[in-house]
Write a protein that binds this ligand. Sequence first.
Ligand code: FAD
Length: 330
Amino acid sequence: MAETASDAGGADCRPRPPVSFELFPPRTDAAALALGRTIDRLAEARPAFISVTFGAGGSSRNRSLTVLRYMLEHTDVEPMAHLTCVGSSHAEANRLVREFLDAGVTSFLALRGDPPVGADPDAGIKDLGSAAELVQLIHRVQEEREPFAQVGIPGLPGVTQIRERPRPERVAVAAFPTGHPRSRSIAQDIDALLAKEIAGANLAITQLFWRADDYLGFVERARAAGVTIPILPGIMPVTTPARLARLTELTGVEPPAQLVIDLEIEPDADAQAELGISFAAQLAADVLAGGAPGLHLYTFNRHEAVLDVVERIGLGIDDRLANERNTTKR
Ligand code: FAD
């Protein structure tokens, strides 16, 4: 069994690997209220960033921006905006990136996006064809902007001062350890990742996967091909058989048969959740032990299961504070 960060224990003062979370924008007012509470709880775990998905085609644009603004105004967490090529022309994406930057969002996850189920694979693609082009566009928008802007001073109506404009910090892209459903081979996925790094991406976040070796093998092949950016493993604790089935449908990534069977034969909801959480915690511990630079946890807009995973592998807030105190003492 792999050593977990908590097994490594009190004598280990290596910095804790960063944790980040992913949310999707809420569809109703009630869901928006609940999401505010979820963000507050996730923020307590001091994530490196929280990313917010974007409906390809821009359908969720305003709702995504509202969630990102909530984070800026009510927490000290770095918000990361997902952006897609599908449904956006070059000019539209340019305006959107400016709008996000002006709102103070400086981290992006640049994606191609998917056409609606059953549609032509290139449906919705205008003149912005790939995630690599979107990465370039994000950098170009920044270069074209005036480096300084007049901004208002909080509490002093009508008074402005010159401030440096926010710059894109993280420009992340997706990676597919078990292969993108439309890609011919893992080699093609690695080439796509390398192209995105060359275009200016400085972080990759993986599609979910179920076996540590899928992630670790992919990273090894990516490094051999010249990819140097950190590749964050994307992990999701799946707490019901229905959710596992839906995820498999959405991602095309087949889960281990044993996990499917175990979740299905377990009649009790709490025991199902326990199965999903302990599976995710073990996977997280294994990839960290194999050298993963951190963890990106898919939350499904619920904080309980992901925070449980974080606690179990010893990356919870209490462990961090203890670690920081130990480090300060030395
Ligand atoms: P690219 O880097 O352009 O391509 C990725 C791979 O797919 C490459 O191997 C490429 O060769 C292959 N490929 C792509 N298109 C084709 C094609 N037409 N024919 C053959 N091969 C092809 N989607 C959303 O809509 N909104 C989101 O917020 C969102 N968030 C995501 C977050 C993460 C971490 C991940 C992993 C995925 C997310 N997606 C999201 C899904 C993503 O948009 C799709 O998986 C999309 O199909 C690929 O996007 P990409 O940015 O990786 O594309």
